[in-house]
Write a protein that binds this ligand. Sequence first.
Ligand code: GLP
Length: 252
Amino acid sequence: MSERALVHTALPHIHVFADQHETATAVAASIRELVTRVPWARISYATGNTMIPVYEAVKKLVDDNSVSLTETTAFHLDEYYPCSPEEVYSFVKFLRSKVFEPFKLKSDHIFELRGDGTNPEESASAYEAAVIKEGVDLAILGIGPGCHIGFNERGTPFTARTHLAQLSQETIRRDHEERRLPTPGQALTQGIGTILDAREVILVAYGREKGQYLKEMLDGIVSEDCPASALRTVPDKVHLFIDEAAARIIEG
Ligand code: GLP
């Protein structure tokens, strides 16, 4: 596996790999390195297509007894609201099947951000309190429409904590195109401030479209208009793992 560094003044750690598979394998290796060093590591997991190969690569390491995540604690980033874990598009459902079960996590080490409560503000504050109490060693992120991280859309203050967010038309349209079924227009999400508190952040992205979001995040001004640009306020702890297709857009 070959890795190259992309040099950019906005962020010092941009790791580039040949393709999606190699990028995902490298992220999995990085998770193994953390858990080998800190067996009780607290990890926050993103959902989405980007994460599928990453979690498959981690599962392979777990199945090969190359790492054990049994003592780790899991948080997750976001969930539609209202949304029961039985919905096909539920992020709780996604993480149960792709992370919590295959990684053999203990049920009392899992903090689900659930979208089926009757009081979303209360659910958000309770979740935020749990994140603050435990602390997060590693936050794994993707990047989505409008440079969102989690479901923090354009205009979200960098200080925001876990909250009920209104999804942008861009996000709603993308979700609809992808899933061919209507998804809710609101979501619970860790806030940008919550994410920035993690000791380390890994953002994963592949392909040209994500490359455009990354270019805006890296070349534009640091502003609430570009939620992912908040990561530039904590440059030393942020690592981008991207493929050549995304890198070429940044460099273009
Ligand atoms: C979604 C989620 C994010 C995710 C991002 C990228 O809407 N809110 O948590 O990281 O957008 O998703 P994907 O990897 O499917 O493109």
